[in-house]
Design a protein around this ligand. Structure first.
Ligand code: LLP
Length: 426
């Protein structure tokens, strides 16, 4: 093996010298393959199906183009994600608009642009959707978000379906959901399409999905008996990625087929009229395709630790600080050197919690060496910040030995571009 890490045939040191570091490098092939795998696996003879990529995991124009070309839909959760989709020319009828607190302006923008569905979080929002649709003279396609009360075994910040979750209406508030469905169904400006659930993120097993499908199918069955038919069941995202050794997510094809088979079993058993099943993977599409390259700066020994400092940190990857997330890494220019030192990889932010990897074995590193941190493709760039005025990193797609920069490194000037001294007329 060469001493230098290559990604899709492109040497890491050449990428770093061409585009600088920190640099998030995606294998474009891995992104395309994963989208295609979801698209081809999430099929069933008895259902219409749609794979909706959750753009919060990573979004830029080039990524949205890959999603579009793969024939997938797009999940957006804010006016910003919606505008980004519009700017990228993403087909709006394939967009679903999420969020627990969409503003009236955001709803209006979504309806004006003609989004495919609005996932309505609560009864007050339903009133807002109706008002906006009436004002614009359009019909909003509504899917109601139900919180199924399934607790997946994941970090508490990324559980979204426990009983006190801020998302959706609890499955135990049956009458509230039924009333929302009735209102949507009877409105001239809304069409009730179906029910949405999302049980959490970084879920390894299939069992929570099967449990959720069973639970929501019973609910849908009652809803159909008492109110109206349910055409669409959107099961959300949450499929795990492998960050460290020993993590083995189920193959996408197994997850997809088992979910769809269970949906079909429930449809038959309960006589449901559901015609279409959707899923919204984010992390599992992009996480493993991404690698962050950092340049090593100083190293430092303390009483009990040896630090390796890199030229980024929590500003480009807040997940270790926020969730205790774990990552693997390599010295990208010393791939064959013995891993002789136990080190802590820390960033350059003014914050003790700015750690990328708490403990790992690496070769002895010098200033200027390159560190590759793997599986950084999801919720890294999208949660990046300008903390300490560190510029946002550049992002490159590599494929067949070629690289293209898909997001430029943020220039310093960009950070004060919005600074102002304007008198405000009040
Ligand atoms: N659909 C809905 C309604 C969601 O809330 C989410 C994620 C997804 C789909 C996509 O889930 P995924 O397939 O990516 O797990 N920042 C956290 C993850 C937060 C996920 C929030 N919702 C992290 O870095 O782990």
């Amino acid at each position: 093996m060469d001493d230098i890490l290559t990604i899709e045939g492109v040497a890491a040191d050449r990428l770093a010298s061409a585009l600088g570091t920190p640099l998030i490098v995606y294998s474009e092939r891995a992104l395309e393959d994963r989208l295609c795998e979801f698209k081809s696996s999430f099929r069933h003879a008895e259902f219409d199906t749609q794979v909706i990529y959750a753009s919060k995991a990573f979004s830029c124009t080039a990524m949205l183009k890959l999603v579009e070309n793969a024939g997938c839909g797009l999940d957006v959760v804010s006016g910003g994600e919606l505008a980004a989709a519009d700017n990228a020319g993403f087909p709006m009828d394939r967009v679903v608009f999420h969020g627990n607190n969409k503003t009236p302006d955001e709803l209006r923008l979504a309806l004006k642009l003609g989004v495919g569905s609005i996932i309505v979080d609560n009864p007050i929002e339903l009133t807002e959707v109706e008002r906006a649709a009436a004002d614009l003279g359009v019909c909003a396609h509504v899917i109601i978000r139900v919180n199924p009360g399934i607790e997946a075994d994941t970090h508490k910040y990324i559980i979204t379906a426990n009983i006190d979750s801020k998302f959706g209406v609890s499955i135990y508030e049956r009458d509230t959901v039924f009333e929302m469905a009735r209102r949507a169904e009877n409105s001239r400006h809304m069409r009730f399409d179906g029910i949405h659930i999302h049980i959490g993120s970084q879920i390894f097993g299939i069992d929570p999905y099967i449990a959720a499908v069973r639970e929501i199918s019973e609910f849908v069955s009652e809803l159909e008996k008492e109110v109206c038919g349910v055409k669409v069941l959107d099961l959300g995202g949450g499929f795990a990625a492998a960050y460290v050794d020993g993590e083995t997510p189920l193959p996408v094809s197994d997850v997809c087929s088992q979910i769809l088979d269970e949906c079909y079993r429930q449809k038959k058993a309960l006589g449901l009229s559901v015609e279409k099943i959707m899923i919204e993977p984010g992390r599992s599409v992009v996480a493993e395709a991404g690698t962050t390259l950092y340049t090593v700066g100083y190293t430092k020994k303390t009483a009990n630790k040896k630090y390796v400092f890199v030229d980024g940190g929590m500003s480009d990857n807040i997940r270790p600080a926020l969730y205790g997330a774990k990552y693997r890494c390599d010295a990208a220019n010393k791939m064959n050197a013995p891993r002789s030192e136990k080190v802590c990889v820390a960033g350059k932010c003014c914050e003790s919690g700015d750690i990328i990897i708490e403990q790992t074995l690496l070769p002895k590193l010098e200033p200027g060496d390159l560190l590759a941190v793997y599986t950084t493709g999801a919720y890294g760039y999208s949660m990046a910040s300008n903390y300490n005025r560190l510029p946002l990193p550049a992002v490159a797609f590599v494929k067949d030995g070629k690289a293209r920069c898909v997001i430029k490194r943020q220039p310093y000037e960009d950070m004060w571009r919005l600074d102002a001294d304007l008198t405000v007329d009040i």
